[in-house]
Every structure is written in structure tokens, then in C-alpha cells.
Design a protein around this ligand. Sequence first.
Ligand SMILES: [Zn+2]
Length: 51
Amino acid sequence: MTYDRYGEPVEDETGQDDTHTCDNGWLGEDYAGRPIPCLTCRPHLQKGYTR
Ligand SMILES: [Zn+2]
């Protein structure tokens, strides 16, 4: 946990929640064998990766 200058707890941007179980930014492969990006780690891949 990180605290700001006022001593209030701050969510770490790189922190992982309880359901976050990716492998170095990847969640595995889909039915077609394409890699599935972890959108928590790689939000910029949210659009267009299914092309
Ligand atoms: Zn992730």
C-alpha cells in the first residue's frame, strides 16, 4: 500500500487485485490460439487485438 503526502492510503497503479491472475501481462490463449492480453496490465490493447 502506498500513502500520499497526507498519509491517506492510495491504490498502487501497478497493484494487483485478488482476481488479477495474468502471466506477465497475458492471460493465455483464446479458442483460436491467439494470445489474450491482460487488460489490467495492457489497457492499450483493449481495442483491436482481435483483428
Ligand atoms: Zn495483468
